[in-house]
Structures are given as C-alpha cells and as structure tokens.
Ligand binder design. Structure first.
Ligand code: ADP
Ligand code: 5GP
Length: 206
C-alpha cells in the first residue's frame, strides 16, 4: 500500500454509519466511498450504484469466484455483502483515502490483508436508542429489526478489535471525532471513549 488511507467503519445497523459517512463525503468529495455489492433489496431512498450495487446471489457468487472482492460476508439477515477490490486498490495506490462501511467480520478480513487500515467502530448511546433509530427509519420489518438488534449485541462486542471507538450520540460531535481520526491527528486518542463512562452501551451489552 502506498501512502493512501484505508478507513474501515463498522457499527450496528441503525447506529448512523451512512449518515456520518454521508456528512464526511460532503466535506471531502475527493474521498472514495467503497460501494459494496449486496444481494439485499434497496431501501427507499437508496440509489443503485451509489448506496450499493444490488446484485443477485448468482452474480455475487461469480464475484467471489473471480476473487474480485476484498472481503465478503453472509450477514445474519441471510444476505451477502462484499467489497469490490479494484476501486479501493486504485485509490490507495494513488495516495487517496477510501472509506469502507463493513461489518466486523469484513473489517477483520480487511485488517488481516492491510494492517495499515484504520478500524473505527461507531457505537450507539444505548440499545433503546439503537432500536428507536432502526424503527424511526421506517424501512425494516419488525422481525428484521429484532434480528438486527440481536446481531448488534454481537457486533458491539467486537469493538475491542477496533483502533477507535466513537460514540454517535450527538451527530455533530461524532462527525468532529471522525474528522480528527481522518486527519491522522496524533490528538485522536487510540480509543476515544473506551475508558469513558459515556460509553454505557458496552456495559449494557457485556
Ligand atoms: P446505518 O447506516 O448505521 O444503518 P443510518 O445512517 O441509516 O444508520 O441511521 C439510522 C437512523 O438514525 C437514520 O434515521 C438517521 O437519520 C438517524 N441518526 C443517525 N445519527 C443520529 C444521531 N446522532 N442522533 C439521532 N439520530 C441519528
Ligand atoms: P445494511 O443492510 O444495514 O446497509 O447493512 C447491514 C450490515 O452489512 C452493516 O453492518 C454493514 O456495515 C454491513 N456491510 C455493508 N457492506 C458490506 C460489505 O461490503 N462487506 C461486509 N462484510 N459488510 C458490509
């Protein structure tokens, strides 16, 4: 890897990853957002080719067979998600910054291949708030919300493998923390909230 940056962002569904990444991309239009391939259906408001590449399971399996994915996962919902390798490798080789939104499984696969990757975990203030955000989005059926909340508990337990742990309580604060990390500033503490009682969610989940 050249001097480019690979930033891997994870966090339970509904924590606000898309919102935070969207804000960062507004401020840094030169960053590459890695558009994942998925077999899940588009949600209202999502744009094919921008939010995700929506493909069939057969097409997904072809990508896997062609080794075209940097990592992939069969998510709890039953859908496949994967990161197309080529755009990221090109961006990094050119010294650019690539942002990935992947689950902890994918993040650890990426970290194995690229130890320089910076892993950031976004945490919700509480499980109640996570549920409220998931329900508020109004695009996921109740039984899928329950599956996602169950998955969230496992995901939050993976936060210890991440270099940075960022609370998404106040949105602007969260974006400011992300900016600190992206700037590579030495002021960005290794674990921004891990030893802080603000991160009640860890106590709730463990
Ligand atoms: P994810 O991409 O992690 O699944 P989204 O970005 O879709 O999550 O956010 C889920 C919902 O939570 C959206 O309705 C979004 O507007 C809302 N949201 C995001 N960040 C915050 C925040 N800091 N406070 C309150 N609501 C938020
Ligand atoms: P959602 O369906 O809510 O957009 O995403 C569900 C989960 O899949 C989230 O945890 C998200 O981070 C993860 N995800 C999205 N794209 C990828 C990907 O390319 N690879 C992996 N491993 N996970 C992904």
């Amino acid at each position: 890897m050249n001097q480019g940056k690979l930033i891997v962002i994870s966090g339970p569904s509904g924590v606000g990853k898309s919102s935070v990444i969207g804000e960062i991309l507004k401020r840094h239009p030169d960053y590459l957002f890695s558009v994942s391939a998925t077999t899940r259906a588009p949600r209202p408001g999502e744009v094919p080719g921008v939010s995700y590449h929506y493909i069939t399971e057969e097409e997904f399996k072809t990508l896997v067979a062609q080794n075209a994915l940097l990592e992939y996962n069969h998510y709890a919902s039953g859908d496949y998600y994967g990161t197309p390798a080529a755009p990221i490798l090109q961006t990094i080789a050119a010294g650019g910054t690539a942002l990935l939104d992947v689950d902890p499984n994918g993040a650890l696969q990426v970290a194995k291949q690229y130890p320089q990757a910076v892993l950031v975990f976004l945490a919700p203030p509480s499980m109640t708030e996570l549920r409220r955000r998931l329900e508020g989005r109004n695009d996921t059926p109740p039984e899928k919300i329950l599956a996602r909340l169950a998955q969230a508990r496992w995901e939050i337990q993976q936060a210890e493998h991440y270099r940075y742990l960022v609370l998404n309580d106040d949105f602007d604060d969260c974006v400011a923390r992300m900016e600190e990390i992206l700037s590579g500033s030495e002021n960005a503490q290794r674990s921004l909230y891990a030893n802080n009682s603000d991160l009640k969610i860890l106590k709730e989940v463990y």
